[in-house]
Write a protein of this length. Structure first.
Length: 119
């Protein structure tokens, strides 16, 4: 993915992915609830996302549509994290995640299934 989104822009995208196509006003209302942002802040971020090619705007009512899928952004951000924090090693990331807290038997079973599915 070539589009680089900042955390604030990702918050806008997150609402759009969750809610589906919606008006800028609705995005603003949701983000005011979730983050306390005023309408001007949200509209500025929407415009930045439009400029970057992440959101498409249409009329009537300044309808917003996500042009990039959430999975694509998650994949790019995950790759970025692995490269930056774990020297590109998925093994190191996995070990770090697993050592952070005690997993339940059900979580361990689910992880084993994921690994089995990859083989």
């Amino acid at each position: 993915m070539d589009i680089k989104l900042f955390d604030s822009e990702l918050k806008v995208m997150s609402v759009l992915w969750r809610e589906g196509d919606t008006t800028a006003k609705h995005l603003s209302d949701v983000l005011k609830e979730e983050t306390g942002w005023n309408m001007n802040t949200t509209y500025t971020l929407i415009k930045r996302c439009i400029k970057k090619g992440a959101i498409e705007r249409s009329e009537p009512h300044f309808m917003c549509h996500a042009l990039i899928p959430q999975e694509e952004v998650q994949d790019a951000k995950t790759d970025e994290l692995i490269d930056k924090m774990f020297d590109g090693s998925v093994d190191k990331l996995f070990a770090a995640l697993l050592s952070r807290k005690k997993l339940s038997a059900q979580q361990i079973k689910k992880l084993k299934q994921i690994v089995t599915d990859l083989e």
